[in-house]
Design a protein around this ligand. Structure first.
Ligand code: GAL
Length: 416
């Protein structure tokens, strides 16, 4: 009798398993550096823990440009993944093309409108409906410094661009690379937007990179931004061309370089290397940008699927991403702060606390600005046009006046 019971139980279990088979969830992402891989592993574990199969679709390349190219070809051939790491205005473009699926029922059931700050939820919606789910908020305007290198060079960590230009020659003379950088268009743009925000302030930044105001794009202030940006090139080592951002971060970690201007995904690298903020490294707002916050929100956009089981697993993924425990663990690894409100701050470090405080303060003072280098401010066409001008200028002897004229022309053309 006992044996029959256990046989029946076994049979019932296998029947249950066969009527509700684990479904596959394919996720496209570009989270391949040490810190990023630790973060995406958290998502894999959650999904596997919920009984589904994770199909990894990783396309390496900082900033996600290569990932977007691969995604386009998969989508065009009618075989998109269930979810893809798509951000900002790109979500609108995919929505417009009809590729994304409506997650509104899940969002309503989960109270997403109450759980997310409006600046985040707005980005996740296409045509008033949720089509993407946010994993985090990254602050982009940071400087990551190695205090030991500064000590050896006998200078302080700069809080203004003026100070940067004063201390950088001394750091160089002491035998260190002042600014760790990778010569890739998106990294040049990340540095450039920090200079623009620092020298011009939030209003100038918004006028230029959100509103694309012609007079601001061609202003004397913009000429100064380009001039200062160009000067930074003197403090980058000659091998920077093409270097990945995380290799630049490792130069700060191993004491070869003094600092890097990069979003707080860089913190994920320090964490993965076992380093502590305030001890092994220091995070400070990028020069002249304290009180402001350049935001970059990572999210997974959900594609329309025609397989019911897979669509259910995809919805499950969306619910898991909004779980507080997921948002905590993912962001502890990624270096960012949770996208959802009301989270316990205690597990997070001092850099994350500074980011949380600056996010709230800048939202109320009007100095919370979207990152154009990371696709939160402009369409991909305008973003591409700005990238071209910034990178060509940085790597040639183009004058700042010519760059500004070119910037205004290219931004206008990209909007046609
Ligand atoms: C950003 C992205 C981050 C990080 C970084 C480097 O655009 O939002 O999550 O991956 O690029 O690839």
């Amino acid at each position: 009798m006992k044996m029959l019971k256990s046989c029946l139980t076994g049979l019932a279990l296998s029947v249950a398993a066969s009527v509700a088979p684990a479904a596959e969830v394919e996720v496209l992402h570009y989270l391949t550096s040490s810190g990023e891989a630790a973060a995406i592993d958290v998502l894999k574990k959650y999904l596997k823990g919920a009984g589904h199969n994770w199909k990894d679709f990783a396309v390496a390349g900082g900033g996600g440009e290569s990932a977007m190219t691969v995604l386009k070809s998969r989508a065009i051939s009618g075989n998109p993944p269930a979810a893809a790491q798509i951000k900002g205005l790109d979500i609108q473009e995919w929505g417009e093309l009809g590729f994304l699926t409506d997650m509104d029922a899940i969002a309503r059931a989960g109270n997403w409108d109450e759980l997310l700050p409006p600046v985040v939820s707005k980005v996740m919606k296409y045509d008033g409906k949720y089509v993407a789910v946010p994993v985090n908020v990254h602050r982009v305007n940071w400087i990551w410094a190695n205090p030991e290198v500064f000590r050896k060079a006998g200078v302080g960590i700069p809080t203004t661009w003026q100070q940067f230009l004063e201390v950088a020659p001394k750091i160089k003379a002491a035998g260190f690379v002042p600014l760790a950088h990778g010569g890739q268009a998106w990294q040049d743009a990340t540095l450039f937007e920090a200079v623009a925000l620092g020298l011009g302030g939030a209003e100038f930044y918004n006028k230029a990179f959100v509103e694309h105001d012609d007079a601001t794009l061609q202003s004397e202030q913009m000429v100064k931004v380009f001039e200062t940006f160009k000067q930074l090139g003197d403090y980058i080592d000659p091998n920077a061309s093409g270097r990945d951002w995380n290799i630049a971060t490792s130069m700060v970690i191993n004491g070869e370089a003094a600092m890097q201007v990069m979003g707080d995904w860089a913190k994920g690298e320090f964490t993965a290397a076992g380093q502590q903020p305030g001890v092994d490294y220091v995070c400070l707002p990028a020069p002249n940008t304290s009180g402001t916050f350049t935001f970059n929100i990572d999210s997974f956009a959900m594609f329309e699927l025609n397989d019911e089981q897979r669509a259910k697993a995809q919805q499950h993924l969306a619910r898991l991403v909004m779980e507080p425990s997921f948002q905590k663990t993912f962001n502890l690894n990624k270096g960012s702060i949770p996208a959802r409100l009301g989270m316990d701050r205690a597990p997070f470090d001092s850099c994350a606390h500074a980011s949380m405080d600056a996010f709230v303060a800048s939202a109320s003072s009007g100095t919370l600005v979207p990152s154009f280098a990371h696709g939160l401010a402009t369409t991909s066409q305008v973003q591409g046009a700005i990238f071209d001008v910034v990178t060509n200028f940085f790597n040639s002897d183009m004058s700042a006046q010519d760059a500004v004229a070119k910037l205004a022309r290219s931004v206008k053309a990209a909007q046609l």
